[in-house]
Design a protein around this ligand. Structure first.
Ligand SMILES: [Zn+2]
Length: 77
């Protein structure tokens, strides 16, 4: 899909219309430094969390492991 340059651009965080004329002054493409920080925070959050795979297991994983363990022991014994 081709990107068309228009007079209006929307902030990727809050979808507020950002005028191109303000691109030089504002933290473009965000409408404000607050939204820029939100985006940066999301990016850092993902960057720090994704590589961590051997963190504590989730409740779902524990429940599954316990269920497998129980059926395995009782099935063979
Ligand atoms: Zn915004």
């Amino acid at each position: 899909m081709r990107y068309h340059r228009r007079m209006e651009h929307r902030c990727p965080i809050c979808r507020t219309a950002v005028a191109n004329a303000s691109a030089g002054r504002r933290p473009y493409p965000f409408c404000s430094s607050r939204c820029r920080d939100v985006d940066l925070g999301r990016w850092l959050d993902g960057a720090y969390r994704v590589p961590v795979t051997d963190e504590a297991p989730t409740e779902e994983e524990i429940a599954l492991a316990v269920a497998v363990e129980r059926t395995g022991f009782r099935g063979d014994a």
